[in-house]
Design a protein around this ligand. Structure first.
Ligand SMILES: *[C@@H]1O[C@H](CO)[C@@H](O)[C@H](O)[C@H]1NC(C)=O
Ligand SMILES: *[C@@H]1O[C@H](CO)[C@@H](O)[C@H](O)[C@H]1NC(C)=O
Ligand SMILES: *[C@@H]1O[C@H](CO)[C@@H](O)[C@H](O)[C@H]1NC(C)=O
Ligand SMILES: *[C@@H]1O[C@H](CO)[C@@H](O)[C@H](O)[C@H]1NC(C)=O
Length: 570
């Protein structure tokens, strides 16, 4: 070995973070969390897996940070904040970024009692003085570390990747920051925490989206999902943002974080709803007949309650530019169109289910109901299985079943709406990364069906029948309900239409009087006989069977299920 390469090796070894256990603040915070939940430390095997993932991320040449150090420093700042009773400029409590004071509305974030970060100070000096504002919503962020692991693990998700390992590593780092940043938010209840929670979601969405469109001809509006009048000089792309964001913790103290994150937000379109919308438009334009796309996209803008400015930008600017760029690419085969549609709907199902529990995007009377929260938790693995059937993406057993996915998850999942959002959005965002990578592969001339039969058929959908079904759905009562807006009674309206809400409400009221037992709920719903999910759940998670069963249970009134069934079966 030459002297030069020997010293390089030595340098590399010196910079290598420990590949066994981190032993730093990050690990101690997790140990304290697990000790409070079960009396034992956080499983060492998981600590090792995270540690090795974070080390490999830090070794990538595209990353300019050490992720373990950055996460240690983030939690050190958190402890410092707590010890100082709320550090200057990082007061507690503060409204979230949009000025609406969600935090103080009683129906939001159910759990509101303070609990110390650790029982004693052996692991974390000062930790008994750090009072966690929302323990369950704090713990449940550990689910995002499973997403970080998924980005590092070649056995998860999909076999063939279009994006580079360095982009995946940056996404892993962003999922790590999301878990830690959101833990800081729900632990501290500060405005800084809120920003640390929201920024990584926007970075993950933008990085995945930009991967998907990376082979299209350059167009600033398309590349950033941003109106031209909002563009700034020197705007940063997703991977640049992740690098700079993680470095904030490594290079600055907690007093400066808020301003640094705000400064960084000026260099990109930081409304992740708009970026998600960009992904939906892209998906729709690649696989749907133009007329269906036109109708559906307009409908979705209404259902998601987009304002005129956002709708106008998406449909009259962004969409038109995107269609021009897509025309320069060869059209997808019918088999690929159908496969992409199924995968896209599967991802939408998970993200939609997550949103139902976020307490922000869809707000409804189910949120404070303890019965609805229990049912919501019980349904989660089922929703995931149904969505996985449609997407074909692979997840670890922990993620699929939710078993020990975060400390105290059994209690928190059925108790808190927002804990469900954390767990489900973690897996939904992971799937979004897989989906955008598939789109990139397709736009680069790849295929998702690759000569093999998908569910026995390789054709696309029968376009005429499909267009007819979508048109009659859009002209029907379900779509009218949804046009009110998912956040403004649209979902309850659909449930009434299908006749499932009354049974559900009766059962919940009855069983809550009896002590809120889950067995009681299931039995009572069964007796009422009309809660589709329980009746149809036994079909061993077979998507097609579930959908036809579900539609028959609601008396054939769910044209939405009929469309999904058609897509899955045809
Ligand atoms: C924090 O608050 C406690 C109780 O109000 C008080 O005893 C302590 O001195 C405060 N610490 C600091 C650093 O202000
Ligand atoms: C610690 O455990 C108690 C008892 O189960 C619980 O009420 C509290 O929320 C937990 N705190 C945290 C930070 O998880
Ligand atoms: C942005 O770039 C344009 C064109 O290069 C230049 O004219 C303008 O002065 C720049 N604006 C700022 C604020 O730097
Ligand atoms: C983002 O910027 C980095 C650094 O300038 C560059 O290497 C990378 O290719 C860009 N990514 C995309 C998707 O354009």
């Amino acid at each position: 070995m030459k002297a030069g390469s020997l010293s390089l090796l030595l340098m590399a070894l010196l910079h290598l973070p420990s590949a066994t256990a981190t032993g730093g603040t990050f690990q101690h915070v997790l140990d304290a969390m697990q000790q409070n939940a079960s009396g034992s430390n956080f499983p060492l095997s998981k600590i090792r897996a995270m540690s090795s993932c974070m080390s490999s991320v830090s070794r990538e040449s595209a990353t300019n940070f050490n992720l373990i150090d950055a996460m240690d420093l983030l939690f050190e700042g958190f402890v410092e904040w707590g010890v100082n009773n709320g550090t200057d400029g990082v007061e507690h409590p503060q409204p979230c970024n949009d000025g609406s004071d969600l935090w103080d509305q009683p129906q939001n974030y159910q759990e509101r009692f303070l609990s110390p970060m650790a029982k004693d100070e052996t692991l974390l000096p000062g930790a008994t003085e750090v009072l966690i504002t929302q323990p369950c919503n704090y713990n449940s962020n550990v689910a995002y570390f499973s997403s970080m692991l998924a980005m590092c693990d070649p056995d998860q998700g999909k076999d063939i990747w279009s994006m580079s390992t360095s982009t995946r590593s940056l996404l892993a780092a962003s999922f790590g920051s999301l878990g830690s940043g959101s833990a800081f938010f729900h632990g501290s209840g500060t405005q800084l925490g809120c920003r640390l929670d929201n920024a990584p979601i926007a970075h993950i969405a933008l990085t995945s989206y930009q991967q998907a469109v990376s082979s299209l001809a350059p167009d600033e509006v398309v590349a950033n999902v941003q109106p031209i009048e909002k563009m700034v000089n020197g705007s940063k792309n997703g991977t640049e943002l992740i690098n700079e964001f993680v470095n904030i913790f490594a290079e600055h103290n907690i007093f400066e974080w808020d301003q640094k994150v705000l400064d960084l937000n000026n260099f990109f379109q930081d409304d992740y709803k708009l970026t998600f919308a960009g992904i939906v438009v892209l998906n729709a334009r690649m696989e749907l007949p133009t007329r269906v796309g036109d109708l559906l996209l307009k409908f979705l803008c209404e259902a998601f309650g987009f304002d005129d400015y956002m709708t106008d930008f998406l449909l009259s600017d962004f969409d038109l530019r995107l269609q021009q760029l897509l025309k320069l690419k060869p059209e997808l085969s019918q088999g690929d169109k159908r496969e992409l549609l199924k995968r896209g709907l599967g991802v939408l199902l998970k993200i939609g289910y997550a949103m139902a529990w976020q307490e922000e995007l869809f707000v409804g009377p189910w949120l404070p109901s303890s019965g609805a929260n229990k049912i919501g938790a019980w349904l989660m693995p089922f929703v995931n299985a149904l969505a996985d059937k449609m997407t074909t993406y692979r997840h670890s057993l922990t993620v699929k079943t939710g078993l020990h996915v975060y400390p105290d998850c059994e209690r928190c999942r059925s108790q808190e709406p927002h804990s469900k959002w954390h767990e489900e959005s973690a897996v939904g965002l992971t799937d979004l990364v897989y989906l955008t990578d598939d789109i990139d592969a397709l736009l680069r001339g790849g295929t998702l069906v690759d000569g093999t039969l998908v569910d026995g058929v390789q054709d696309g959908v029968n376009e005429e029948v499909f267009v007819g079904m979508v048109e009659s759905f859009l002209a029907g009562p379900e779509a009218d309900c949804m046009r009110k807006g998912f956040a403004k009674g649209g979902l309850e309206c659909v449930a009434d239409l299908w006749g499932i809400s009354s049974t559900l409400v009766d059962s919940v009221a009855f069983c809550e009087a009896e002590g809120g037992d889950m067995d009681c709920l299931v039995a009572s719903i069964n007796e009422g006989g009309s809660l589709l999910v329980n009746k149809c759940r036994k079909d061993e998670f077979d998507a097609a069977n579930f959908l036809s069963c579900a539609n028959s249970v609601v008396g054939g009134k769910a044209s939405l299920f009929a469309i999904l069934e058609f897509l899955v079966l045809q």
